[in-house]
Design a protein around this ligand. Structure first.
Ligand code: SF4
Length: 456
């Protein structure tokens, strides 16, 4: 899911883990006039959720038109959701740290793997352990920086095609609240967006630093409010391309990252193999606790059970955005291929399998899903499934030209109160970094206009 990861919790005033799905508002420049007209008509009709009935189908048509204009082969067709999900459940091509050009990357590899690599090149095992130290403690960014290694070994690594796997910074955007967004330029010239979100004490010292990382370049799921989805999909990120985002945040803040949220560009469950590899490295190599990490998803069939088998101690965050299947399918088109009942059943199984709570996120869109009756329906749903009973409520953060609007504060409070009457607690998250292109994918879109290159 795409992100925007940057919220704090009201009233607790602590930065809760995530946020991405929400801030991703549409880049209206990519919407067709048909899409706008349909949405406008729906609003004039009184903006009830039921009146959104024709919105999804028209929106689908609009998506197809945009896809035709942009040549984005990842765009949905008449069975777009199934196509996208098909890509998710199919074997992930190239889960190793090897790119299409044959480049091989050391970052993301375990100590054991690096020892094996050293031995395969005729070196002793301790040379592999040295590389591990150089990558994750010294933070060497190139093999030239491997000063402790013999020249002949470094030459052997280079001649075998090995690189560290750090990408140059393309752009940095700083917010007055301390949030920093960074664009990294990958070897194939695609840009990937990462956010660093600090929490500081009264003296200004950082007490927590959260990295909101992307898992894909773009996203194929195209949630209605999401800038990342509107920007098109290019490819999955390799494990090292996820890990390096955390290191980039540490470099910018000159501070250790304490928390990681997979809430940046892309849907982590569509790139699960590489996300799990990156999660392993962040935990075992960079030493970020599993409980300090959150994986967020809108839900992809057949992936939660697979994730549960890994028994991670990280939080699973589900972006619901609606209390029923009909409305959810309109906001999250890919949900048409994953009924809400099936998703919550899988969440329940995940909880029973791992013992880890599942958190829920709900982006409030003015006049779409923000009525007290929506809150009551949502509370009844979560109570029925005995799933946590806590919701992170995210007032939508509109961007320029967005067709969606932020709900009024009174509507937000009424929504939270309606949840509370049914014993579902809620945190209201506010976006941080508003002056740094806060919506997920927005900064990338500013610098890399669609169509972005699509992998063959
Ligand atoms: S389009 Fe993709 S990145 Fe955006 S909110 Fe949906 S799943 Fe997340």
């Amino acid at each position: 899911m795409a992100m925007q990861a940057v919220w704090w919790c009201v009233p607790t005033a602590t930065l809760t883990s995530n946020a991405r799905h929400q801030m991703n508002s549409c880049s209206a420049s990519s919407q067709s006039s048909l899409f706008k007209n349909v949405l406008s008509g729906w609003r004039k009709s009184g903006r009830s959720s039921s009146s959104l009935g024709n919105f999804a189908s028209a929106g689908r048509v609009a998506e197809i038109r945009v896809a035709l204009q942009t040549g984005d082969r990842a765009a949905p067709s008449s069975s777009g959701s199934q196509q996208a999900f098909g890509a998710a459940v199919a074997p992930s091509k190239g889960s190793e740290n090897v790119d299409a050009a044959g480049g091989k990357f050391l970052l993301g590899k375990s100590e054991e793997e690096l020892v094996d690599l050293a031995v395969s090149l005729g070196e002793q095992k301790y040379r592999g352990r040295q590389i591990h130290q150089l990558l994750y403690k010294t933070r060497a960014s190139s093999i030239d920086d491997f000063h402790h290694l013999p020249k002949v070994f470094k030459e052997a690594l280079v001649s075998e095609g090995w690189q560290v796997g750090r990408s140059p910074t393309h752009h940095v955007a700083r917010s007055a609240d301390g949030t920093i967004k960074v664009l990294l330029r990958l070897p194939d010239n695609l840009l990937v967006e990462t956010v660093g979100i600090p929490v500081q004490d009264k003296a200004g010292a950082i007490t927590r630093l959260t990295a909101c990382v992307s898992s894909q370049v773009g996203c194929a799921l195209r949630c209605a409010f999401c800038a990342t989805g509107k920007g098109g999909f290019s490819r999955n990120l390799k494990p090292h391309e996820i890990v390096e985002q955390v290191l980039a945040v540490e470099d910018l803040f000159k501070h250790r990252v304490s928390n990681v949220v997979f809430m940046g560009m892309g849907e982590p469950m569509m790139n699960l193999t590489n996300v799990l590899a990156a999660h392993r490295s962040l935990n075992k190599d960079i030493l970020i606790g599993q409980r300090m990490m959150t994986i967020s998803t809108v839900g992809v069939p057949n992936t939660l059970a697979k994730l549960a088998t890994h028994k991670l101690q990280s939080t699973l965050a589900i972006s619901l955005h609606a209390p029923n299947q009909e409305l959810r399918s309109q906001i999250v088109p890919s949900a048409k291929g994953y009924p809400l009942e099936a998703l919550l059943s899988d969440c329940r199984k995940y909880f029973l399998e791992t013992g880890r709570r599942v958190s829920f996120e709900y982006t409030l869109l003015d006049g779409v899903n923000d009525k007290p009756e929506h809150a009551e329906e949502l509370a009844n749903l979560l109570n029925h499934w005995k799933l946590g009973r806590h919701v992170n409520v995210i007032p939508y953060n509109p961007i320029a030209d967005s067709e969606f609007r932020r709900p009024k504060k009174a509507a937000v409070m009424a929504f939270v109160e309606a949840l509370g009457t049914r014993k579902v607690t809620a945190s209201i998250r506010q976006t941080r970094g508003l002056d740094a292109n806060a919506a997920c994918g927005q900064l990338r879109n500013d610098f890399q206009k669609i169509p972005i290159p699509v992998a063959a």
